[in-house]
Design a protein around this ligand. Structure first.
Ligand code: R5P
Length: 309
């Protein structure tokens, strides 16, 4: 079963194919001068793509990533349907339909945070994206989705996986914290999983988001005096959540504070801001960033095996 990937996520797809013992195939992908995307599946991989099920590794981020994912899925589907007719008349033009068998592995699922209609007139963007992708694939594996419940009633199989075991392992090797903190209620399941794998103490904060850049943490007594703490979340964007949580921890006597998450977006100078508040940052490679030191391939491999079994 080949593992295909476009321009983003190539290294991750390669690691995934090695874990699964499958071949890795690169789809040509580039941009036209006006920014529109172009993809092309190499002709010498058509036989493999038609002879067994395939996995495509692709992020739905940034917006161009959504478009690229759709184009790659459709190019793969054309090949599997035998719809090969082309203007240059190269190769076989028509072949039989080999049926379903296209699976999408999404390391970072963009638009995950619009998981509710918070105000009238909004749409539930996380669901919109899955409905579009579901038209072109037979199943999807998503890594550490912000709120899996939003996709639970999807019309096609979606499997949710987590990198928390690998994050816990990395923290054990490099930090060996005394205490794990979830910066809000939404990250409790993830952070407490890390705490229980490492055998560390655990607590959480209550966070109120004022706007995209401003958050407030409710005061809470934490037993962190003289302790090394790791804050664990699904993603870091502006870094505001982590910086405020770190300030609360230091005020209560934590001696060192680290941050760990699956998805390191690091928007608007987040890494410099974080450098003033935490002693280190660890993320997976679901998104390319300078702190991506944990491979997300093992988690995606677990999800794909479960889905395909
Ligand atoms: C929100 O609930 C998420 O789990 C993260 O806590 C949030 O997206 C982080 O954003 P920022 O880094 O901008 O505070």
């Amino acid at each position: 079963m080949p593992v295909l990937s476009g321009s983003s996520g190539r290294e991750l797809a390669h690691s995934l194919s090695k874990i699964l013992g499958m071949k890795s195939i690169q789809i040509e992908s580039r941009k036209f001068p006006d920014g529109e995307g172009y993809v092309r599946v190499p002709s010498d991989s058509f036989d493999e793509i038609r002879s067994e099920s395939v996995i495509l590794v692709s992020n739905t981020f940034p917006d161009s990533g959504i478009m690229r994912t759709i184009l790659m899925l459709e190019a793969i589907n054309d090949i599997r349907r035998g719809d090969l007719e082309n203007y240059k008349n190269e190769g076989v033009q028509v072949a039989g339909d080999v049926g379903p068998g296209v699976f999408l592995a999404v390391p970072y699922y963009g638009y995950a945070r619009q998981d509710k209609r918070f105000s009238p007139g909004e749409t539930i963007s996380a669901r919109v994206i899955s409905e579009i992708l579901g038209r072109s694939c037979d199943g999807m594996v998503i890594l550490d989705l912000h709120e899996p419940r939003v996709l639970e009633s999807s019309s096609f199989p979606i499997h949710f996986v987590s990198s928390m075991p690998e994050i816990a392992q990395r923290l054990k090797e490099e930090v060996d914290p005394d205490f794990i903190l979830s910066p809000d209620k939404g990250a409790i399941d993830r952070a407490s999983e890390v705490a229980s794998i490492g055998g560390w103490e655990f607590s959480y904060l209550e966070k109120t988001r004022i706007d995209a850049h401003t958050i407030e943490h409710q005061a809470k007594d934490l037993n962190v005096k003289g302790k090394v703490v790791a804050i664990v979340d699904d993603m870091i964007s502006t870094g505001g959540t982590i910086c405020r949580a770190s300030d609360a921890l230091r005020r209560q006597g934590a001696t060192a504070v680290y941050a760990a998450c699956t998805h390191g977006l690091f928007t608007g100078g987040a890494l410099s801001r974080l450098a003033n508040h935490v002693d280190g940052v660890y993320t997976t490679d679901s998104l390319k960033n300078p702190r991506a030191v944990v491979s997300s391939a093992p988690a995606l491999a677990r999800g794909l095996r479960e889905m395909l079994d």
